[in-house]
Design a protein around this ligand. Structure first.
Ligand code: HEM
Length: 284
């Protein structure tokens, strides 16, 4: 489906209205889903259980990364479900992720008492902050150029520019991994899922909807996550990387990052099977 046909032609981007300016239940649901995690800290605050500023900074960073990856998963989901309306959500989820990033950085600034000199020094001195900062600049650029006007102005170049979202997501995952150090399970899951999304995009178009190929790729991406986890703990921490790797074969310790990635990646081929069984799709 051409991109222009799912974007509003003129006027501001109103998240809850579709391209023709009508209220869209799908968009309202997505907007609500993006705001829902905010209830967590509000609930904790109401019950006097709100953590310290660092904890909330971590929380907002994690949701920023989750929504960034969810926005990248929309294309494969839309293709598999043969549901082009889903593509309308890409821009909204991308901007939502940017909103969470903004909150994350704002909390960091508050934590540093808004002292610009100190913030600049920290960002230039600490590698994980430097790459987080580069990711923010890149995501801002993508956010600013996500309007219809920019889509038209840049033409084919727009798609090329917006592909930098993948290297930016790599920087964001690395930022989270370095920060989390010895407890990098969630960033490792994010790394595995990002790899899965990249692998899916690299597959030639007809193969990207083949059940067996997708199932095989999901298993491989799971194994790659286990390998990445081993390399991470062996090189970046003093933890026993070999024992952590072996834990992947102990179901009592499940779900580990590799298994989580494998199961999430298997959703795509599973959806294809369900569609074929329901007779909604011809076998590829
Ligand atoms: C100027 C840019 C950024 C700054 C200054 C920054 C700052 C920080 C800081 C200080 C923490 C650790 C908080 C603590 O002490 O526990 C953190 C964690 C985190 N950040 Fe950022 N961040 C930036 C950009 C990003 C971006 C672009 C993303 C994702 C899209 C992101 C995702 C995360 C995540 C997921 C964590 C938590 C890691 C964990 O699980 O512990 N950050 N960030």
């Amino acid at each position: 489906m051409p991109l222009n046909s799912v974007l509003p032609d003129r006027g501001f981007f109103i998240p809850w209205r579709d391209g023709r300016g009508r209220l869209s239940r799908l968009r309202i649901a997505a907007l609500a889903a993006m705001l829902l995690p905010m209830l967590w800290p509000i609930w904790d605050w109401l019950h006097d259980e709100l953590g310290d500023l660092e904890e909330i900074t971590d929380f907002t960073g994690r949701w920023a990364l989750r929504f960034l990856l969810i926005s990248l998963a929309i294309t494969p989901m839309g293709r598999v479900l043969e549901w082009p309306r889903l593509f309308q959500l890409r821009r909204m989820l991308g901007l939502g992720a940017l909103g969470w990033v903004g909150l994350h950085v704002a909390l960091y600034v508050v934590d540093q008492d808004g002292m610009l000199g100190k913030i600049v020094e920290e960002i230039s001195r600490r590698f994980y902050l430097t790459i987080g900062f580069v990711a923010v600049l890149g995501l801002l650029l993508l956010g600013l150029t996500s309007t219809d006007g920019w889509v038209r102005y840049l033409g084919r170049g727009w798609k090329r520019l917006h592909r930098i979202v993948f290297p930016l997501a790599v920087l964001a995952v690395l930022h989270a991994m370095i920060q989390a150090k010895s407890n990098a399970s969630e960033p490792l899951v994010m790394a595995g899922l990002l790899l899965w999304l990249v692998v899916w995009r690299l597959l030639p178009k007809p193969l990207a909807l083949g059940v067996w190929l997708l199932a095989g790729a999901a298993l491989l991406v799971g194994f790659a996550t286990a390998g990445l986890e081993y390399l991470w703990y062996a090189n970046a921490t003093k933890l026993p990387a070999g024992r952590i790797f072996m834990a992947n074969f102990n179901l009592d310790l499940a779900p580990r990052p590799a298994l989580a990635v494998m199961l999430i990646a298997l959703i795509l081929p599973a959806l294809l099977v369900v569609q074929r069984l329901a007779g909604r799709r011809h076998p590829a």
